[in-house]
Design a protein around this ligand. Sequence first.
Ligand code: UGA
Length: 437
Amino acid sequence: MRISVIGCGYLGAVHAACMAKLGHDVVGIDVDEQKIAALSNATAPFYEPGLVDLLEEVQLTGSLSFTTDMTAAAGCDVHFICVGTPQKKGENGADVSYVDAALYGILPHLKAGNIVVGKSTVPVGTASRLSAVVTGAEPLAHLVWNPEFLREGHAVADTIRPDRFVYGVDGGAEDHPAVDVLDEVYAAALDSGIPRLVTDHPTAELVKTAANSFLATKISFINAMAEVCEATGADVTQLADAIGMDDRIGRKFLNAGIGFGGGCLPKDIRAFMARAGELGADQALTFLREVDAINMRRRGRVVELARELCGGTLMGQRITVLGAAFKPNSDDVRDSPALSIAAQLQLQGAVVTVTDPKALDNAAKRFPELHYESDLDEAINGADALLLLTEWKAHTDLDPHSVGDLVTSRRMLDGRNILDATKWRSAGWTYRGLGRP
Ligand code: UGA
């Protein structure tokens, strides 16, 4: 099929490359000339494992191109909207202006039988509103809401083999004409048995926000348990292992630590609360305020623990923060708890060095006042304390004996509860985890 993908960020660039891999003829469109130039040269403007190889592979076949010219959408059968919906400045709600702009940009090129597929995370009600705009411009075109569930760091695999497809169509009927078109787009994945659910527009939109809210709640739940463990001397990692053995609970997303960040979970729960307020259903989601508050408290707690670890004051202490990205295998620093903690430590008088395998350029744009060092040994050299805040393999693989020779004091605060505490302690380190004795 001929496919246009509007918006070539973390979601759209990966989606365009994966659609080409599935055998479609794809054009990726974005207003950002630098991004388009990079993608056209098969270089990714951000770090995502496997993406560059995939871009090279599909561009050789001639089935993927990138442009800033919206007229390239003319002649495509399917138009994916993959633009961002960031948090509005000074408000909790989501800014859907990029989604609106993308949709209005496609309208002049719509033909009978075309489908516009929204993948961005939007406030419930957006799809019905935009559906009317699509049919107003071309009565035989349709809008489908097909939320994306990919995780950064696993984006390529998650796009080609997602857990499920959700199609939100006007009226929610299985025999809606857009269903067959989207089935053809995803034919290879559907043939391999991946389930797909056809529903109406608002349900499809809510599936996405509900899923992210559930994940955020799960993380904050275990972080709340970490607070209780800290008050009682219990160990939250063992608690998580034990409750996670119950199939109904499950062990995934029960890793207590510095909390969630990134471009999705934090802003999605806030936008969801804001939207519920507009709909008069705010009481239903007041618990998400607590989920957010627990999450933000973790950052303060790490700063306090670092102070304790450094003997009661941060003033003049040389602290090396291992990690700037909000999670490993990504260079994304949006709402990164690691960076926010690094900045707070510096504000409180510590001499902070931040190291990260991929995210230092992005980090320096966001917090230019912090000191960054890309060489791991160099960053660790002479430190009074290490804080492991992003669990990159390079950090979790550190050997306590050899690292011990580099630092001034053997102090480790493991913000992800990922290191072997016994191994580090027996190598002479003062080891602190979160929610662990
Ligand atoms: C999240 C969802 O997992 C995806 O399904 C969704 O498609 C995506 O948002 C989106 O809306 O686009 P992502 O933001 O890439 O994906 O990251 P996650 O893997 O969900 O991690 C989010 C944060 O939670 C990270 O900061 C991570 O370190 C933290 N986390 C995760 C924990 O603190 N504990 C855990 O047990 C798991």
